[in-house]
Design a protein around this ligand. Structure first.
Ligand code: NAD
Ligand code: MN
Length: 478
């Protein structure tokens, strides 16, 4: 197929250059070659887009009949479904995502639009008995213009799961993709308008976060910032938002546990666990990067885990069978290699991996670390690369204390066949998402987000849509 790549900003219902004419080259991480240049928004472009969004909101999007909004969002989903292959190929090109995963994630984005198309009108107020004779009711109202700032690891699905509920609730959206991954976000803007979304309702501003992030977050007409990315930038956004008390939702970093009890089907856990940390080459906020295995099965578990890791297919993301592509950039690989150097310096044992498997592309082998010290960087910090640390535990309560000692609390897995243990541990682990005898983290219908420094607020499910509304109480005297 011939793929035509978007190269401009998408503002007010059409593609246009940035005011400065500046462009960012995109590098294919599998080949290290520049393959396209994309316009980079500047502060003036941000201001123009926000004015256009505000006008679109006041001009009708907020007042559209629910049925009409449902119809448009379903059409968006349908047009996305007609373009899944193009979206998947773009995702592969700009971040090196294996094509099979890119296809699944393109479908997930369309599914998110279907879900929220159906949810229009389902976020409702209540009537509340208050003073005698009077009548009291609540309204869930749209907020205005929402800024959605998204990272490069799951560019298309995260763009969809921020835009769709915000739009369904009657807001207009300015979407800022990461500078490494603007293509699929731009395509979303284009296809949504092709499907009938009015100009200004969804606009896409690729560009550097350092350059336009502050202008976007500080603008008085932005009522909410919905951010997914690093804890460091999330903290900065929250600080800046405090000036005019903007609403924020933050999906940030993680250091998620994978807990395996001896009574579990630990063989199945060992075989499936490598992809729970190495999928997307470990660039996943939900990566199960710390594995806690009950001592009696530790040795055979590690043996199986390492064997399964060594079977993973690392290579060209364009090939159907590839499971792990390159890392997104040379800089990101450098960061991860810094962690590996630290592990070597502290005497960690490498069960497998640790090197570069291919000479071209930003590849790094999936790496299993053993006897990592509890104070080591690789044990405490989010690595955001294909690196796992596996440790043995003896006592359930002490293990849970160590799990909860992390400042993060995003996701986790728990393997046991003992029902009361599953319930007890699931209750005790401080994280926003947990799965028992599986590694799932994301369901379109269920809330997704973190405890502690993993975030604030929730994406997905009805919780996300409520988060794009303001609650108003109206009392009517009788
Ligand atoms: P990042 O924080 O560097 O960038 C995320 C987005 O913020 C990008 O679009 C970037 O351009 C923008 N940005 C950068 N500086 C900004 C500023 N000053 N103001 C406003 N926006 C700014 O994160 P990253 O490196 O792209 O992604 C990796 C991180 O994201 C990891 O820590 C990972 O755990 C986290 N993440 C979390 C989730 C989740 O749902 N919790 C999902 C994916 C990634
Ligand atoms: Mn970054």
């Amino acid at each position: 197929m011939s793929l035509s790549l978007p190269t401009q900003l998408f503002v007010d219902g059409k593609y246009c250059d940035s005011a400065s004419g500046k462009r960012t080259p995109l590098v294919n991480p599998a080949t290290e070659e520049v393959f396209v240049e994309v316009a980079a928004a500047e502060v003036v472009d941000v201001e123009r887009a926000i004015d256009s969004a505000q006008a679109a909101w006041e001009g009708g999007w907020r007042d559209l009949a629910p049925g009409k909004r449902t119809e448009i969002l379903f059409r968006v989903a349908r047009v996305l479904r007609e373009n899944l292959e193009a979206i998947a190929q773009m995702e592969r090109l700009h971040i090196g995502k294996p094509i099979a995963d890119a296809r699944d994630e393109a479908g997930l984005g369309a599914r998110v639009f279907e879900y929220y198309a159906g949810a229009v009108g389902r976020v409702c107020g209540e009537t509340i008995p208050v003073a005698r004779g009077g009548f009291d009711f609540t309204l869930r109202q749209s907020m205005g213009v929402v800024a959605a700032i998204v990272p490069w690891n799951f560019p298309f699905p995260i763009a969809c799961w921020k835009a769709a509920p915000a739009l369904a609730a009657g807001n207009c959206v300015i979407l800022k993709p990461a500078s490494l991954s603007p293509l699929t976000a731009l395509k979303l803007g284009e296809l949504a308008h092709q499907a009938g979304l009015p100009p200004g309702v969804l606009q896409i501003l690729p560009g550097s976060g350092a350059k336009i992030g502050d202008a976007l977050v500080a603008h008085p007409l932005i009522r909410k910032v919905s951010f997914t990315g690093s804890t460091e930038i999330g903290r900065r956004i929250m600080e800046m938002s405090s000036r005019d008390l903007k609403r924020v939702s933050l999906e940030l970093g993680g250091k998620s546990p994978n807990i395996v009890f001896a009574d579990a089907d630990w063989q199945r856990a060992a075989e499936s666990s490598p992809m729970s940390v190495f999928a997307n080459t470990g660039q996943d906020c939900c990566a199960r990067s710390r594995v806690f295995v009950e001592r009696s099965v530790f040795e055979p578990f590690v043996e199986k885990f390492v064997a399964a890791t060594e079977k993973l297919v690392v290579g060209d993301p364009a090939k159907e069978e590839t499971q792990l592509g390159p890392m997104v950039s040379a800089a990101q690989r450098d960061v991860v290699e810094g962690f590996l150097a630290d592990a070597r310096g502290r005497g960690s044992r490498f069960g497998t991996g640790g090197g570069r498997p291919l000479s071209r592309g930003y590849y790094l082998s999936p790496t299993v670390l053993l006897n990592v010290g509890i104070g080591d960087r690789c044990w405490k910090e989010e690595i955001f690369g294909p690196v796992v640390a596996i440790t043995a535990f003896d006592d359930e309560a002490a293990m849970i204390r160590e799990v909860n000692a992390s400042p993060y609390g995003l996701s986790g897995s728990l393997w046991t066949n003992d029902l009361s243990r599953a319930l007890r541990v699931a209750r005790a682990v401080q994280s926003g998402v947990l799965s028992v005898n599986s590694h799932s983290s994301v369901h379109v219908e269920a809330p997704f987000g973190g405890f502690k420094q993993s975030g604030l607020g929730r994406d997905l499910g009805m919780a996300a849509m409520e988060g794009y509304t303001e609650l108003k109480n109206v009392y009517v005297a009788a």
